[in-house]
Design a protein around this ligand. Structure first.
Ligand code: ADP
Length: 405
């Protein structure tokens, strides 16, 4: 069965068509500037040439229509009929406390995703528009919702509660949810497979270091703590997000800058992190590494601050799990930035970790960086959220089919 994986943002839509038997990507692409002037689609059939086309996409329905047209196109298409799409898997950012695993989408699920929109006001409404657009253009094709938060629903209350009056949790569900769950789940499972062990026998710390970044403690197969919180703003220093700060900074800056809380949050989300800390050089680690090598002190401090924060959480989660067996790096920085992995490992050597210099030069591949004699395995496992979504979608659709028999 071919599965269309959709990741719908407020003005963009990423997609992949995956053959669930071979697990090969047949085609992938991106629609950008949905709802604005100059909207365009970039479509790449596997093994073929990329095509970028400017197409008016006033809304997400138009974007899904453009995706379908490209998948069916005689030149760059990879299927000949819509019936060759067996199911659609949607990445949904927030599942609140209701969803601890992927589910078949029905009216009730759509309502529940809408109900938690106040927890992810930028993401969930956009995710819902993707669902509605597919419903309209592919009626009858089963759709599955795969939640970024679901994997972390195993966290115990002592890890997910904030130390604020309990009534705010009870009344408004203010708590830590965590994100990147699909990635942490996939990567920890894959790490165990590579090591020839069961995930249920391992204490794994997954460092998902992309533009957004989070660390998760996966103890014997379950997420027991993670760095992102009510929103993806908490935890590590990220590309443009501050991560952990003293919340009093918000009112202090509101006073100094004469602006609203919303404006400060915008600064914390979009102008902080590596971009802010480096004095505006870049949020991209390639630029920062280059600047630091050329002697820029701010870039150097930002890179070291980033490494300290990751190292700090590895230490904390080792304590929380009463030890650690495996540390895994993934996502853009984790998969590609050997020097950053080395900087981080400088803070974890006391745990018995080491990184082989030659292996650490490998980029974007599954590789074990530590020595066989090390107490803790350090490795790289490239994440593949789309494949994980396709797998979960297939599992749910097959389960539903079995129920019908
Ligand atoms: P997103 O959170 O947007 O999915 P990614 O996981 O794709 O992010 O990570 C993107 C980031 O990865 C870039 O901003 C850049 O900082 C970093 N990155 C990508 N390639 C490299 C590289 N070769 N060396 C260092 N950093 C890299």
């Amino acid at each position: 069965m071919n599965i269309l994986v959709i990741n719908c943002g407020s003005s963009s839509l990423k997609y992949q068509l995956i053959d669930s038997i071979t697990e090969k990507v047949l085609a992938k692409g991106l629609c950008e500037r949905i709802g604005s002037e100059g909207s365009c689609i970039t479509h790449t059939p596997t093994g073929g040439a990329k095509r970028t086309e400017e197409i008016p996409m006033p809304d997400h329905s138009a974007a899904i229509k453009a995706v379908i047209d490209h998948l069916l196109d005689p030149e760059v298409g990879v299927i000949t009929s819509l019936s060759q799409i067996g199911a659609v898997g949607h990445r949904i950012v927030h599942g609140g406390e209701r969803f601890n695993k992927a589910v078949l989408i029905n009216d009730d699920v759509v309502r529940a995703i809408g109900d938690v929109s106040d927890l992810a006001p930028l993401h969930n409404p956009a995710n819902l528009t993707g669902i509605h657009a597919c419903e309209k253009l592919m009626p009858g094709v089963p759709m599955v919702a795969v939640f970024d938060t679901a994997f972390h629903q195993t966290m115990p209350p002592e890890a997910y509660l904030y130390a604020i009056p309990l009534e705010y949790y009870k009344d408004y569900k203010v708590r830590r949810y965590g994100f990147h769950g699909t990635s942490h789940d996939y990567v920890s499972q894959r790490a165990a497979e590579i090591l020839g062990k069961k995930r249920e026998d391992l204490r794994i710390i997954v460092c998902h270091l992309g533009n957004g970044a989070s660390v998760t403690a996966v103890k014997y197969g379950k997420s027991i703590d993670t760095t992102m919180g009510l929103t993806p703003l908490e935890g590590l220093i990220m590309g443009t997000r501050s991560g952990d700060i003293d919340p009093a900074i918000i009112t202090f800056l509101m006073d100094k800058l004469h602006c609203s809380a919303q404006e400060i949050l915008n600064i914390l989300n979009k102008k902080s992190g590596m971009l802010g800390l480096s004095g505006g050089i870049s949020n991209d680690f390639r630029d920062l590494t280059k600047a630091a090598a050329e002697g820029n002190k701010d870039a150097e401090t930002a890179l070291e601050a980033y490494a300290i924060r990751v190292g700090k959480y590895i230490g904390a989660y080792t304590a929380e799990m009463d030890g650690v067996d495996v540390i895994v790096f993934t996502a853009g920085v984790g998969e590609n930035d050997g020097p950053m992995r080395k900087r981080i490992s400088n803070y974890t050597e006391f745990l018995g970790t080491s990184i082989d210099e030659e292996k650490n030069k490998i980029r974007g591949e599954e590789v074990i960086l530590s020595k066989p004699t090390d107490k803790v395995v350090t490795m790289v496992v490239p994440t593949n959220e789309e494949l994980a979504i396709a797998r979960q979608t297939l599992a749910i659709v097959e389960e539903e089919d079995r129920k019908k028999i």
